[in-house]
Design a protein around this ligand. Structure first.
Ligand code: GDP
Length: 208
């Protein structure tokens, strides 16, 4: 079962630059989003672990790239959240450089999950990240988080508008509704990650 594979996720390392990252082999999928977008909640829901992403929230770790291994060949990567952090322009600029370098140079990186609160989609930061990914030819899959905050109709309308804008910002980018609270879209997100991480899903998940 795919969920069992995700449940294996274990924290392995924090890095403040590409040079400190674990060996660049196998497959990796990264999670990005503004602070408070719901990234930790999504990581916990996808890995079916309550406290996994708490590691990334410990003091001193919020500005680091945090790596979680599913096995020797597959990792989920929690990129630092942007936005509310009270840091200087110089620190922000340094961070942007590290992030852009990670997206550009990381050979094992197969795709980026971009999380956006369904009530605040495609902020300047999100657009900046999409443009880096586009330049690096990296696939992006968007989770519109906290979808439970809107009724179904309005949520689907935001999804559709967002898909339209994504088709010009970074053609090929997919998007879905997601709620960690209601467990909406968790399987769909796992499906995307399984494909990027080349997980063996077919045999195990086929009904007998
Ligand atoms: P992060 O800063 O991006 O890691 O965001 P968190 O996962 O810590 O979530 C930020 C806030 O949004 C917290 O108060 C969460 O309880 C809330 N939140 C996260 N996911 C959901 C969701 O699916 N539905 C609702 N209603 N709130 C959520």
């Amino acid at each position: 079962m795919v969920v069992e594979h995700f449940r294996q996720a274990r924290f392995v390392a924090s890095a403040s630059s590409l040079a400190q990252a674990p060996r660049d082999s196998g497959h990796e999928a990264a999670f990005a989003g503004r602070s408070n977008a719901g990234k930790s909640s999504a990581l916990n829901a996808i890995t079916a672990q309550r406290g996994l992403a708490r590691t990334s929230k410990r003091p001193g770790r919020t500005q680091l790239i945090n790596f979680f291994a599913l096995d020797d060949e597959r990792r989920l990567v929690d990129l630092p959240g942007y936005g509310y952090a009270q840091v200087s322009q110089a620190v922000k600029a340094r961070w942007q450089r590290h992030l852009a370098l990670y997206l550009e140079r990381r050979q094992s990186l197969r795709g980026v999950i971009l999380l956006m609160d369904i009530r605040h989609v495609l902020t300047d930061y999100d657009q900046q990240l999409l443009s880096w990914c586009r330049r690096a030819q990296l696939p992006v899959h968007v989770l519109l988080t906290k979808a439970d905050k809107l009724r179904r109709g309005p949520a689907l309308a935001v999804l559709q508008q967002c898909q339209q804008r994504l088709s010009t910002l970074h053609p090929g980018t997919s998007a879905q509704l997601f709620s960690a609270l209601k467990h909406t879209g968790v399987e769909q997100a796992r499906g995307k990650l399984s494909a990027w991480l080349a997980m063996e899903t077919q045999d195990a998940d086929m009904p007998q």
